[in-house]
Every structure is written in structure tokens, then in C-alpha cells.
Design a protein around this ligand. Structure first.
Ligand SMILES: [Zn+2]
Ligand SMILES: [Zn+2]
Length: 367
């Protein structure tokens, strides 16, 4: 025979209380019924006790932004009094600057009691301010200029596209961690591209990535632009990244031997020696790097049809555009010589020597 609950008189189950009274006395969560959140209208960042917190989604996604704001606010404002409480909410009314919701907490107030739900009516008021990042951006603030140039040639459209994609990717990755992770503008002309970047740190990171991707070199210049409040000099940096004269698919001389650049990335270059028919890797730290010379752009490659071949004799070729006939030694082919097929090769203008490209590279060039 259980004693009666000292609050309501029904049978008690725990600490002299019935289940319902025990749950009321031991709520699952503690939360104020009036909450407020300050947000940035431009980017959706929300002000938290630790400072502005940026959202990892587009401001145009209104439902997503509201959900992110409410989740953030509940994270800050709800105190969980019991372990394993699940929190959900239902918006009941939404006005311009305020919102009403029912907050639902589900869990157990004591291990011996069944799972139950608790409802809390909450009003949320929104206030609007421009966050630090947005005010710096609109004020034209930037710490660094990233300049992309190429050695003895213009920066190609493909390079500009790839670099812009890299700038975007790394800026988004730094977003929320670095308050100045923004690019206020860019400009391109016949020499190359410039990006104005909010954060010096971000600019250096982007420069490093481009450096290893294209085996580029970089130079950093400082320019005095004023003084900080404490009288300390304030500098703006310009990071000049210079892409090499050559890129993937171009021809270079290494130790005086004609080579094809098969690919370049992560600080190294994969090459193919067109005479020895071997592959090898070069990095700017290799001894060979100092002997690298630009030979010809990848666009000079020509197509030849293999007309005939008698074992032990030179292979007969015909230039697919000019129909000129030519001969090459068997040794410059890798394995089977495909008579009747078209191959891609480099013609050394000075000597008239034709150097077939490796077979898989021929396919890549055609696709
Ligand atoms: Zn009771
Ligand atoms: Zn903002």
C-alpha cells in the first residue's frame, strides 16, 4: 500500500510524490519564456555570448536561416536538467520581429519513471545589427592583395578559373573561423588577376595552395597604410604569385632533353622524357629543376597517321594537316606500332625530329 502523494493525494511512487507531481517538481529543462536574439540582416550571423557566429548557409535560404537561428538560440538558452533530454519545437506564430513557439522537451525526470514530454511556451524577439564582417566588407576593409601573374606569358583563362574557384573554396572554408574571411573584389587584365582579401592569413593560405598547385613562386611586399589606435604602424600586404612559363601538357627541356609535362600539383611535376620514353618526377627542390627550360606550348602538338612500317626499318608517317611524309626510328615508339592509326607527336622544328607522345596522353588530348 503506497502512501498518498503529499501534493495531490493520489498514490505516491517516488520521494512521497506521484509521477505527475514528481515530474512537475523536477522539470527536464529550464528556459526563460522570453528570449531575444540579435542577428545580422546582411549575412544572417547571430550574436552569441562568444561573439558573432556566422551561419554555414546562404542568407537566401530563409527557412534554413530561421531554423539555424532558433537552434543556436535554444543551444544558448536551454539548460538541460536531466540527462538525455530531446528538444524540439513548433513555431505557432511568426511576426516580423518576434516569434512564438512551443518548446517540447522529452525524457525522464528519474530513471525509475517513464518517458514523458514537457511543453514550454516561448516568445523570441529578434533585433538587427550589422555584424563585424559585414561592416568591414561594406567599408571596403581589406588586409591583403593577392596578385596572380605568369612568367613571360599572360595568365590563361583556365588558370584564372581554377584560381578563382580555389579562392572561393578556401574563403568558404575559413568562413566562421576567421572574421575577415571575405574577398571584397577582384580585377583581371592582360597581365593577370588581383583579389582584395579581408584577411592576411587567408591570403597567405590561398597563396600557398596556388604555389603548390602550379609550382609557382611568391613574393610578399608590405606597404605602410596608416597607424592603429595605439600608434602601431599598420601594413597592407601584397602577395605576388608568379606561375611558371609552362603548365600541364606543355613541353620543356630538362638537362637539355625534350620532355612532356604530364601533370603538376602538390609541389611536383610528373614528366615524360620523349627520347628515353621514361616517366619521372621533378620538384622545385630537385637538382634538375634548375635546368628546366620552356620548350613549346602544348598547342604545337601535331597529329600524324602511321602509313607503314616494316620491322627493322624507320616508320613512315604522314602529317594529318599538311600531308607531308616523314620518317621516325622504331625506337621512339612504346611497344606496338599501330599502322593505319593517328598518333600525336611533338615536331622539333630545328632538327625536324618527330617525338610521339605517350599513348594515354594522346587520348587525353583528343577528349
Ligand atoms: Zn501528486
Ligand atoms: Zn553580417
Amino acid at each position: 500500500m503506497a502512501a498518498p502523494c503529499y501534493l495531490c493525494g493520489t498514490d505516491s511512487v517516488l520521494d512521497g510524490l506521484c509521477t505527475e507531481c514528481y515530474n512537475k517538481e523536477h522539470p527536464l529543462i529550464q528556459v526563460e519564456s522570453n528570449l531575444g536574439l540579435t542577428v545580422c540582416k546582411r549575412c544572417g550571423a547571430a550574436k552569441t555570448p562568444e561573439g558573432w557566429k556566422t551561419l554555414a548557409l546562404s542568407i537566401d535560404d530563409a527557412d534554413g536561416v530561421l531554423e539555424a537561428h532558433l537552434n543556436l538560440l535554444l543551444d544558448i538558452s536551454v539548460k538541460r536538467l536531466s540527462k538525455k533530454v530531446e528538444i524540439s519545437y513548433e513555431v505557432t506564430n511568426r511576426l516580423d520581429k518576434s516569434l512564438y513557439m512551443i518548446l517540447i522537451a522529452a525524457g525522464c525526470s528519474h530513471v525509475s519513471l517513464p518517458h514523458h514530454k514537457e511543453h514550454h511556451e516561448i516568445q523570441v524577439r529578434f533585433a538587427y545589427e550589422t555584424c563585424r564582417t559585414c561592416s568591414m566588407m561594406s567599408g571596403g576593409y581589406y588586409e591583403a592583395i593577392l596578385q596572380i601573374r605568369a612568367d613571360g606569358r599572360p595568365v590563361t583563362e583556365e588558370e584564372e578559373e581554377e584560381i578563382t574557384a580555389l579562392v572561393t573554396e578556401l574563403t568558404i572554408a575559413a568562413y566562421g573561423k576567421d572574421k575577415r574571411a571575405f574577398v571584397i573584389g577582384s580585377s583581371s587584365d592582360k597581365y593577370g588577376v588581383d583579389y582584395w582579401i579581408g584577411s592576411e592569413h587567408l591570403c597567405r593560405r590561398i597563396a600557398s595552395r596556388i604555389e603548390t598547385r602550379f609550382l609557382a613562386t611568391r613574393k610578399t611586399n608590405y606597404k605602410l597604410v596608416g597607424q592603429e589606435k595605439g600608434g602601431k604602424d599598420r601594413y597592407r600586404i601584397t602577395v605576388l604569385v608568379r606561375l611558371p612559363r609552362f603548365g600541364t601538357n606543355d613541353f620543356i627541356l630538362i638537362d637539355g632533353r625534350p620532355c612532356l609535362i604530364v601533370s603538376m600539383d602538390l609541389g611536383h611535376m610528373n614528366c615524360y622524357d620523349l627520347i628515353q620514353r621514361t616517366r619521372f618526377t621533378v620538384t622545385p627542390k630537385s637538382v634538375k629543376w634548375k635546368t628546366v627550360e620552356f620548350l613549346a606550348s602544348g598547342s604545337v602538338r601535331r597529329e600524324y597517321m602511321i602509313v607503314s612500317h616494316v620491322h627493322g626499318q624507320p616508320v613512315q608517317l604522314m602529317d594529318s594537316k599538311t600531308f607531308e611524309m616523314a620518317e621516325v626510328e622504331e625506337a621512339v615508339f612504346d611497344g606496338v606500332i599501330p599502322v593505319g592509326e593517328t598518333i600525336t607527336a611533338l615536331l622539333l622544328e630545328d632538327s625536324g625530329i618527330i617525338l610521339p607522345l605517350p599513348a594515354h596522353n594522346t587520348e587525353a588530348a583528343e577528349n
